[in-house]
Design a protein around this ligand. Structure first.
Ligand code: BGC
Length: 766
């Protein structure tokens, strides 16, 4: 029967003079003919697709209670599904792809996952990666993630997260790369390059899905999913560039954010998804809604019901609908009623098919499932521990080091105390979805390896990460992530004090549980928990040198800790090799070189606080304090630790700035030059930073903007000359009519080792 039908179509196509492979086999698999172009293939495939099959391509679902696997397999075989996420082992993926190969047109599925800061091997959270200021290391971490994820059969990651954030109350600051658009843009491109390599046609690559488009990090009050209301200048200047950088680097997918922007939810925002993304930026890839976002248009108050929510999102340009079946349910009737057009569906379908083409799935639906399945998905041999250790230690930031208490000597007795010292789950961080906590190295384990046979290491937990029952309930809502010692906190502290008293130095591992710095984990208090503060007070009272090792996913209020600790090392959530990497830094096997990419405030009351603010008409001057200036009367204005800040075990000096010219003509460039010297006794790396300031422009410009940096390694006593080119392009900004241009006039140049500690020069743009 089938043969007959095919030969009839064959004849028919010959009569028409067509040689399309699809006319030859309308029921046959979607496989490109040799030499066929992407556009021609997709055009012809779409001609063969029914409306339901096209709509099916827009469905992005996960296997789970809402979509039990047996049901989903049938749905896939019926051609109703475009992609699946959250299935992360090859047999599971193969089953689903097999089902797609049973569908009429055999259009392959793609498989997505949140590979956010590593896959099987877990790297530091975004803030930690960015703090390395080392783009090669960041690319390498993404390359390894792609290699491991593609080996599991995955094709797309919901990453990088490039949301600029200036509010540490928001738990997802942990995932992004900080507060600066220029630096985050560099990191975004580095990550995309790592995932996608030289092209998705190459093996061991995965498609990057940049998120959350757009402005998700600017929710009011730091509350997750909250409203964003922002001037166009701030958007274009300070928040949008990293998304664009990821797209320019080739990111194949864009995930649409859950927030509204000036009253219009991103998921229904035509201006955002069409005018800006496709129109102004020329984006040609696929867009995905965030989880359940289409339906949320009802709660946002822009759609009366599901039907209208679907209409708004497809018309806005949301190609795929994540994890509900609303597109399938409502698109056919919306089309029938003439409320949407066929092209709305076709455009979305085309983007999805194009992404699948780019992933190479039409050539081989099992392309990512080559070779034998690993006998053990979690096999140790699959991990990349050396790279994880190297990247983790690069991102650690030394915040304080009084009297060079660090590095620790491998001698005497060291007390390691704290709720995070031996927590495998926490050191992995929040989006370590496919990483296995049992494979993580805790600080206790890392310090044991580092001190074995040399120094005595004692350990006590000392406190729970929190004793607040509501917070414990919150943290353990889905999994028991936090083990709570049920004893009286005083007993737990007393036990730790016994240990501390025997030691020459105390290392206290404190901070946050990983679950506190995640999605849906906004908080109003930036202190570490009361239980840990009580512990630190007791430890301080011993009079022994006190080193804090912080694990946390956001800038904290460390004003009190800074006063009592001798040394503070910010280690973020540092991943699979975290404990070894921290030990490397503590014992000086690695000299810390990380620098903050997000300002640490003195108190939550200063938030939002960021280095590239405007000056105001009444800036506070701490050398000449004046009541009627822009300040707080109960706190200093500046941060606890500024953007770009981080110490080393050696010292560096930066000379005065020499400019190659005091004048810059459009089309020309000038050079700002400093000599950086290692004035200490150890070899070390530092990040020299260049900031610019437009003194008088048509709109107020930030007091400083990062425009360049160099990471240098210097031996003791060694100096290097660092030259930064400054071009007219570096001076451009979006003016009040969103014209992106520079304006003639005076500019300040600042170069230094953080955003506060800088030398200054000036030039004029003619
Ligand atoms: C998050 C996304 C994530 C998605 C899928 C959402 O809740 O906002 O960042 O990619 O879930 O896991």
């Amino acid at each position: 029967m089938k043969r007959n039908a095919i030969s009839q179509i064959c004849w028919f196509s010959l009569l028409l003079g067509l040689n399309s492979p699809y006319l030859l086999a309308a029921e046959g698999p979607a496989v490109p003919a040799p030499g066929q172009s992407k556009d021609a293939f997709i055009r012809e495939l779409m001609q063969r697709m029914t409306l339901d099959e096209k709509i099916g391509q827009l469905r992005l679902v996960s296997v789970g209670p809402d979509h039990p696997k047996p049901v989903l397999l049938e749905e896939i075989a019926a051609g109703t599904t475009g992609a699946v996420f959250n299935t992360v082992v090859r047999p599971g993926i193969r089953d689903l792809q097999d089902a797609a190969m049973r569908s009429r047109l055999k259009i392959p599925l793609f498989f997505a996952y949140d590979v956010v800061h590593g896959h099987r091997t877990v790297f530091p959270i975004g803030l930690g990666l960015a703090a390395s200021w080392d783009m090669a290391a960041i690319t390498e971490s993404a390359r390894i993630s792609a290699l491991e994820a593609s080996a599991d059969g995955l094709n797309l990651t919901y990453s990088p997260t490039v949301d600029i954030a200036r509010d540490p109350r928001w738990g997802r600051v942990s995932e992004g790369f900080g507060e600066d658009a220029w630096l985050t843009s560099k990191v975004a491109a580095a990550v995309v390059k790592g995932y996608q390599g030289k092209g998705l046609d190459q093996p061991q690559t995965i498609m990057a899905g940049v998120k959350h488009f757009a402005l998700y990090g600017a929710g009011e009050g730091g509350r997750d999913y909250n409203t964003v209301d922002m001037s166009p200048q701030r958007m274009y200047q300070d928040y949008l560039p990293p998304y664009r950088a990821a797209i320019d680097a080739g990111a194949g997918a864009v995930m649409v954010s859950l927030n509204s922007i000036n009253g219009v939810p991103a998921t229904a925002n035509k201006w955002l998804l069409q005018d800006l993304l496709r129109g102004q930026w020329g984006y040609r890839g696929m867009t995905l809604s965030d989880h359940g976002a289409v339906k949320e248009l009802i709660k946002h108050g822009v759609a009366a019901d599901e039907r209208q929510a679907v209409k708004l999102s497809i018309k806005a340009g949301v190609d795929m609908n994540m994890n509900d079946d609303l597109y399938g349910k409502h698109l056919p009737e919306l089309l029938k009623a003439g409320e949407i057009s066929q092209s709305d569906i076709d455009n979305a379908c085309r983007d999805v098919l194009a992404a699948k083409w780019d992933m190479g799935l039409f050539k081989d639906p099992y392309r990512y499932l080559q070779g034998a399945d690993p006998v053990d998905t979690d096999a140790e041999s699959r991990l990349h521990r050396d790279a994880a250790r190297e990247v983790a230690r690069k991102g650690m930031v030394l915040l304080k080091n009084k009297d060079d208490v660090l590095p620790l000597k491998r001698e005497g007795t060291i007390a390691l105390i704290g709720p995070l010292a031996d927590s495998k789950r926490d050191v992995m961080g929040s989006w370590s979805a496919a990483g296995k906590a049992f494979q993580a190295v805790t600080l206790l384990e890392g310090m044991r390896h580092a001190t074995r046979g040399k120094a005595q290491l004692l350990y006590a937990k000392g406190a729970n990460v929190t004793n607040n029952p509501d917070i414990i309930k919150y943290l353990n809502e889905y999994n028991t992530d936090v083990d709570i010692d049920p004893r009286d906190p005083k007993v737990v502290i007393a036990e730790a004090l016994e240990v501390a008293k025997k030691a020459d130095v105390i290392v206290a591992a404190v901070g946050e549980a990983q679950g506190m710095a995640h999605e849906a984990s906004s908080k109003t208090n930036l202190h570490i928990s009361f239980s840990q503060i009580e512990l630190l007070k007791a430890l301080k009272a011993t009079g022994k040198p006190l080193v804090l090792v912080l694990m946390n996913g956001r800038p904290l209020d460390l004003s009190w800790e800074d006063g009592i600790a001798d040394a503070i090392l910010e280690t973020w959530f540092s991943g699979t090799e975290g404990g070894n990497a921290i030990a490397d830094v503590l014992f000086g096997d690695y000299n810390p070189s990380g620098k903050l990419t997000m300002t640490f405030p003195r108190s939550v009351g200063q938030v939002p606080i960021y280095y590239n603010h405007l000056n105001t008409g009444r800036p506070f001057d701490h050398e000449h304090p004046n009541k009627y200036t822009s300040r707080y009367f109960d706190s200093a204005n500046g941060p606890q630790y500024p953007f770009g800040y981080g110490l080393s075990y050696t010292r560096f000096s930066v000379s005065d700035i020499q400019l190659s010219s005091a004048k810059l003509r459009k089309g020309d460039s000038l050079t700002a030059k400093v000599t950086v010297k290692n004035t200490g006794k150890r070899a070390g790396e530092t990040v020299v930073q260049l900031y610019l300031h437009d003194v008088a422009a048509s709109i107020s410009r930030p007091v400083k903007e990062l425009k360049g940096y160099r990471k240098l390694m210097l031996k003791p006593g060694e100096s290097k000359v660092v030259e930064f080119p400054i071009r007219e392009e570096d001076l451009r900004f979006y003016d009040s009519s969103l014209r992106y241009a520079s304006e003639p006039g005076d500019f300040k140049v600042y170069i230094g080792l953080d955003s506060d500690d800088v030398k200054e020069q000036q030039f004029t743009l003619l």
